[in-house]
Design a protein around this ligand. Sequence first.
Ligand SMILES: [Zn+2]
Length: 114
Amino acid sequence: MPIYEYRCRKCQSISSHFTRRVSDPLEPSCPACGSREMERLISRVAYHRSMKDIHEASGEPDEPHGLDYYKDPRNIGRWTEKKFAQMGIEMPEEVRTMIDAAREGELPPAVKDI
Ligand SMILES: [Zn+2]
């Protein structure tokens, strides 16, 4: 569901509005003052991808280590870091936190079932 941020031209308050479909016309009104003079903001790049998405986007591990390699949580972190670098994107804070936790020996929830 697309979510857009709007700023009210009257009171400058910023609010989020969503639409069911991209093609739907969106005529938001300001929740603070009720004005319909709203200006759409270019949304900041929100990064809401789960570990599952990352795994799907990056494909199978390509290192020839076999399954045992990934039983060591530290190697999962190493692989994830490498994949992020390959995709040229900055690692989201939540992933960084997961990897740090994995290095302490705690498996991230997304890979526990594998
Ligand atoms: Zn307003």
